[in-house]
Ligand binder design. Structure first.
Ligand code: NAP
Length: 218
């Protein structure tokens, strides 16, 4: 699958390396094309481009930029070229001081992305998995759960299979509105790491997940 990753920081590079390892083709884009190129060189076999060009050339787009400062700008830039395409929102809409979610009391970041990009098939995924584990989904010796939400039935199947191809156990948690809870879960995990001075490798595992929710077993 041809995947564009917008944002080449911790998440972009980590998930990009997993996509490449699984045989997918990755094109990187960031604020500066130089940082996209740098990320592309880091994982090999990939390329770099401007944000809209990368989105236009890909089948699936992953957004991995800071939410408050960049989400709307990126969405506006790619909206004209992502109609009918799957856009994975991997962001967490953290306040800049990490004290809470900037979206508190309103729609989730993912629902905002869907509103900013009419026609795009938005999937909330990967936001609950820290970057180190995105790069190595089996680091704990078990499959890490990749919880995802979308309103689009075909995207549910496609992205379930894509996440599975990386080594995650993909769990569909419901429509895009469930991104509110996925973003809150990620915030909880971040707060835990900050207060306990952890190693940023905690992950969620849903014991006894119904097989109808697990992609590939449904
Ligand atoms: N870190 C984690 O473990 C983790 C896990 C799950 C989800 N998340 C979420 O994923 C997102 C990215 O996190 P991160 O840790 O990877 O951040 P990061 O290391 O700070 O990287 C951010 C990237 O976004 C790019 N960027 C910023 N503004 C942009 C714009 N307007 N257009 C295009 N690209 C832009 C930056 O490009 P330049 O380098 O060119 O400035 C940089 O490559 C955040 O929303 C975060 O909450 C993080």
């Amino acid at each position: 699958m041809k995947i564009a990753i917008i944002g080449t920081g911790n998440v972009g590079k980590a998930i990009g390396s997993s996509f490449v390892r699984a045989g997918h083709s990755v094109i990187y884009a960031a604020n500066s094309v130089d940082s996209a190129r740098h990320a592309a060189e880091g994982v090999g076999g990939t390329s770099a481009a401007g944000v809209r060009q990368a989105a236009e050339s890909a089948e699936v787009i992953v957004i991995a930029v800071p939410y408050v400062s960049a989400a709307r700008e990126v969405a506006t830039e790619i909206a004209p070229v992502v109609g009918g395409k799957v856009v994975i929102d991997a962001t967490n809409p953290l306040k800049t001081d990490y004290s809470g979610l900037a979206t508190e009391g309103g729609p989730s970041g993912a629902e905002n992305f869907a509103a900013w990009m009419p026609g795009a098939r938005v999937v909330k995924a990967l936001n609950t998995v820290f970057a180190a584990l995105q790069a190595d989904p089996k680091a704990h010796g078990v499959e890490i759960d990749a919880l995802f939400a979308t309103d689009d039935e075909e995207a549910r199947t496609e992205i379930g299979a894509l996440l599975g191809s990386l080594g995650f156990r993909p769990i569909y948690v419901g429509p895009l509105a469930r991104a509110r809870e996925l973003e809150a879960m990620a915030f909880l995990n971040i707060q835990l790491q900050m207060s306990a001075k952890g190693d940023w490798r905690t992950a969620f595992s849903l014991i006894g997940a119904p097989s109808s929710a697990v992609a590939g077993q449904d």
